[in-house]
Design a protein around this ligand. Structure first.
Ligand code: MN
Ligand code: MN
Length: 320
């Protein structure tokens, strides 16, 4: 990253004392567009795709909702003691042009666009979109970094084989990623798992693939710090890809999502777990499954925008 030794000050958002936060560019956190900067440390890409959902649709409108929810983000992150977009050039890469009628073509488009973006940005943070898109994003990350440790925040395992015969859906990306050798499975973990299952076999099959899981009840009983310890021990010193399904949060905190599951994390618990990943080598991330038609008072969009902000803070700290 050029963050610490940047030759020029990163281009940031408009001054909020001159252009109020509810005005200004409709980019993430009102940051510049990628085409306005020579190169970015972190590109934020929207993927307005929801043709892979099994229940409530609507995540195609997630990117614009998360951008709208990001307008109130301010430059300095006190808990991490870092000013993410003063240290790093963060830029909004717009939305991928995904086919809503052909999932496999959409998967190829996301792969191609992510691969192309890696030539213009060091890291990608993607705003979904349903969880199908994690597969092509992992393909692009794997091409750049080799097998990555996946830290997957979700109420659901997302390692099922097929739905109605379909191999590319929002419930199957990590099965496909496992089959394709994209992940260091012995270093990968799910965090926040809690949903009802088709059977106990689902958990066995997931373990047989090689994943570990930290359940929401584990976190409730033993606390955030122990969850962080388990994740850190699991990933070791490998490059990490974070895939964050917003339904890891309780529907009280994130009602606007495709497959809500009661009994989830609070937004604050998720923030604290993410803070615990400080100094790890996070190479890319996605925040998915925001479906604004089911949202109330922007709860989900604000939570997702804040999760992206936590990620930018982690990237910025690594650049020190
Ligand atoms: Mn989920
Ligand atoms: Mn998911």
């Amino acid at each position: 990253m050029n963050g610490g030794g940047a030759m020029h000050e990163p281009l940031g958002p408009p001054d909020a004392s001159a252009v109020p936060r509810f005005a200004g560019p409709a980019t993430f956190a009102r940051l510049p567009r990628l085409d306005q900067v020579p190169r970015a440390d972190v590109a934020v890409l929207g993927i307005p795709f929801d043709s892979g959902v099994s229940y409530r649709p609507g995540a195609r409108f997630g990117p614009e909702a998360v951008r709208a929810g990001s307008k109130l983000l301010r430059p300095y992150h006190p808990a991490l003691d870092v000013a993410p977009w003063s240290r790093l050039q963060v830029a909004d890469a717009g939305d991928a042009g995904v086919n809503p009628f052909d999932i496999e073509e959409a998967v190829r488009t996301v792969h191609n666009e992510a691969t192309e973006l890696y030539t213009r940005a060091e890291h990608l943070v993607t705003i979904g979109g349903d969880h199908t898109i994690a597969l092509p994003l992992l393909r692009a990350a794997h091409a750049r970094y080799g097998p990555v440790a996946l830290v997957h925040f979700d109420a659901h395992l997302d390692t099922w084989d097929t739905y109605f015969g379909a191999r590319y859906t929002h419930g199957t990306p990590f099965r496909r990623a496992s089959e394709e050798g994209l992940l260091a499975l012995e270093r990968s973990a799910h965090v926040g798992i809690r949903n009802s299952l088709y059977g106990a076999r689902d958990l066995v099959a997931d373990r047989e693939l090689g994943f570990a899981a930290v359940s929401t009840l584990d976190i409730a009983r033993r606390g955030v710090d122990e969850a962080v310890d388990r994740v850190r021990e699991r990933v070791g010193d490998l490059p990490i890809y974070l895939s964050i399904d917003i339904d890891v949060l309780d529907p009280v905190h994130a009602p606007g999502t495709g497959t809500p599951e009661p009994g989830g994390l609070t937004t604050r618990e998720l923030q604290m777990i993410l803070h615990g990943l400080v100094d790890l080598e996070i190479v890319g991330a996605d925040v998915v499954e925001v479906s604004p038609a089911y949202d109330h008072a922007q709860l989900t969009a604000l939570a997702a925008a804040n999760v992206v902000y936590e990620l930018l803070g982690l990237f910025a700290l690594r650049a020190r």
